[in-house]
Write a protein that binds this ligand. Structure first.
Ligand code: ADP
Ligand code: 3PG
Ligand code: MG
Length: 406
């Protein structure tokens, strides 16, 4: 049977085509986090796109046009979301000049002028209303400025937008960049023929989007280890009073269903047995470790406790494939970061295949100083979740197949 992952593995790679003299359009995911001063706080996504960009430069593409979204502007041209912000960093990493194009339609001739080593970066593609609507008119316009379309935006490959999906319909040659291929190979290793037992460690705040994932992975994993705000919803479902903790009331029922399904599938679920609680997140005065069923009145659970770290670490230690998505607590605040960092180390120390997805989880792994000790850190959050759910990501679906003749 052809699995969804193998469908994605079967796309044609950039390596298989000749880009010499061609106008290449590369969809990258430069949606990087920035601080309140506009400084890039993590340039992993830019660095991850360099092999594809450099390959096109080294193989004498006529011009290279980079397209990305940046944030999610609600009004067109909101300067807060301008990709101008990343030009300097990109130039530094590429060791060459990058020409910023505010209006790609007006600059069509410029882009078409064949002159080796010119790299263009288009302004935030989400400034165009047609991008998120996958408007064929925008797709056609993008197609008109290139001979070859390369999708290397793994982080946005779950989006069916004009630049991640629709454009491929109007370009003759459309292939996957090296990051797309690396990501899919890494997940294939964890999902296709994994060395069992497989543990999925989930946490974080995006409960509603991740809880549906849990339902769909029950047939694939052996252990489900749940922490963070996500576990508060499960603890609530078990009848505990979670007081002021973050949880999602609308998904308590779903949490119950997940627990029942897990039992049917012989998947073992691990939930916190103790939690760190605080009277306030912003200005904590009273911070304590309490049993999970004893969250004090007016307090919030913000991290897993030491007994839970031990329980989770043991379950992790006995696994051979570990997939992690979502921090165990509010790791951005020192006082509430211990659980997440200890779990990062527990996973890093395992003799196992270890893979991390999710922007905040990757950041937490970095802060824990464990980034080099994981098998793979994905640049995708939502995209990696949808992969785990077993979907074929739209960013792969219209690309040429590896077995297609040129
Ligand atoms: P990722 O980006 O890795 O997919 P999420 O965005 O789902 O992860 O979740 C990360 C966020 O979850 C962090 O900002 C963290 O502070 C928050 N979080 C984790 N545990 C809790 C908790 N118990 N209460 C409130 N927020 C939490
Ligand atoms: C991400 O940051 O997860 C990707 O860049 C996709 O961004 P989006 O969730 O705004 O589509
Ligand atoms: Mg996040």
């Amino acid at each position: 049977m052809t699995s969804n992952i193998s469908i994605m593995q079967g796309v044609k790679s950039l390596k298989a085509i000749d880009v010499e003299g061609k106008k290449v359009l590369i969809r990258v995911d430069f949606n990087v986090p920035i601080d309140s001063h506009g400084n890039i706080t993590d340039d992993r996504r830019i660095r991850a796109a360099l092999p594809t960009i450099n390959y096109c430069i080294d193989n004498n593409a006529c011009s290279i046009t980079l397209v990305s979204h940046f944030g999610d502007p609600k009004t067109p041209n909101d300067p807060k979301f301008s990709l101008k912000l990343i030009v300097k960093r990109l130039e530094r990493l590429l060791h060459r000049r990058v020409e910023f194009i505010e209006d790609f339609e007006a600059s069509k001739n410029e882009i078409a002028a064949c002159s080796l080593e010119r790299v263009f970066l288009l302004e935030n593609i989400r400034y165009h209303a047609g991008e998120k609507k996958n408007d064929p008119e925008l797709s056609k316009k993008l197609a008109s400025i290139c001979d070859v379309y390369v999708n290397d935006a793994f982080g946005a490959s779950h989006r069916k937008h004009a630049s991640t999906y629709g454009v491929a319909e109007f370009v003759e040659t459309k292939v996957a960049g090296f990051l797309m291929m690396r990501e899919i190979e890494a997940f294939a290793k964890a999902l296709e023929n994994p060395v069992r037992p497989i543990a999925l460690v989930v946490g974080g705040a995006k409960i509603s989007s991740k809880i549906t994932l849990l339902k769909s992975v029950l047939g694939k994993v052996d252990k489900l280890i749940i922490g963070g705000a996500m576990s508060n919803t499960f603890l609530k479902a078990m009848g505990y009073d979670m007081q002021g903790s973050r949880y999602e009331a609308d998904f308590v029922e779903t949490a119950l269903e997940v627990m029942q399904e897990a039992r049917k599938n012989s998947v073992k679920i691990y939930l916190p047995v103790d939690v760190v609680v605080t009277d306030s997140i912003e200005s904590p005065i009273d911070v304590k470790e309490v049993p999970a069923q004893d969250v004090l009145e007016g307090f919030k659970a913000v991290d897993i406790g030491p007994a839970t770290v031990k329980l989770f670490s043991e379950a992790i230690g006995l696994s051979n494939t570990i997939i992690w998505n979502g921090p165990m607590g509010i790791y951005e605040i020192d006082k509430f970061s211990k659980g997440t960092f200890k779990i990062a180390s527990a996973i890093a120390e395992c003799y196992a295949y270890t893979i991390v997805g999710g922007g905040d989880t990757a950041d937490a792994v970095d802060r824990a100083g464990e980034a080099d000790n994981f098998s793979f850190i994905s640049t995708g959050g939502g995209a990696s979740l949808e992969l785990l759910e077993g979907k074929v990501l739209p960013g792969f679906s219209l690309l040429d197949r590896a077995d297609k003749e040129d």
